[in-house]
Write a protein that binds this ligand. Sequence first.
Ligand SMILES: [Zn+2]
Length: 352
Amino acid sequence: MASPALLKTCFEVMHFTGASRLFRSQFQGVGVVFCLHHVCPGGGVERGFSPNYQLEYSPDFLDSVISLVRVRGYDLISVGDVKERITNPAAYKRPFAVFTLDDGYRDNMIHAAPVFRKHDCPYAIYVCPRIAEGTAEIWWRALEAIIAGSQRLDIEIGGVRIDVETGEDVQKQQAWKSIFPLLKALPEYEQRIWIREACEQQGIDLGAYCRSVAMNWDELRLLNSDPLCTIGAHTLNHYAVARLSEDDARREIADSGRIVGGQLGEVIQTFAFPYGDEPAAGPRDFAIAKDAGYVCALTTRKGVVFPEHASHLHGLPRVMLSGRYQKLRYVDALISGTPLALLNRFRRVNVS
Ligand SMILES: [Zn+2]
């Protein structure tokens, strides 16, 4: 994985040398699917100890990305039209862009939906029933809260004992760097047990946090009444399905669509894999999503979409917008496809 500093340098070089423009026609593919999370004023700016800030973007940044994509000649389409655009590319002269937001945070309704409406731009929100019901463990935020609220931590995780001072921001950042990878690496069910116990010890109410940041079913139904909005499924519990047994993965993938659809009174057509990178979702899971009846499924494997994805509609790549790179020239370089082609060693399809 390239470091953020290296990636930034790569984007700058591409921008200032014109490399991204030069190779645009070769690498930009037939379209791009953006992946976002939180949209909130001041979002994406590191403020003291805020290790999840890269999952946030400001509404102004979203506004400018949509404008940029339009200026670059993209059709802004609904995720429901992606299959047609991939399987029938000759019928369309312009590339497509799709905006998707994962997890169903309330800030999407408050701060992102007005921006999409201003641009008449379709968008999709991927929802986990347990998050909408306020019973899921949003563990990466919970860990942030645990470290933020502590002066010292003495914990054991995955057989590793960590005993550190956490009074200062720099100590909190160090603690995050030590604990986050260990927590992420725990098997899915153990990870949730660990965070529940740690929250209990620190007096953090996981359910209250979940309910404070996530849209409930009433809010999702309201948002779904907007013709620009499509709601998709994102597992029941926000698990990395590749790390589950086949039966459990099947239940998470298929039942989430059934439950979301039941709540909204419609059939859910598309699915997004939580985390979505290679360790979180693989070929077995793409096949399960297909069996479950979804028209397409989205990963966060990095890439733009090519006609070759017609045979891999359940492992489509996305371009993740990171709060860390809230500059239009980075987005411009990304959608040219050039840095992604380099990253994928010029493979157009990465589904293995
Ligand atoms: Zn997610």
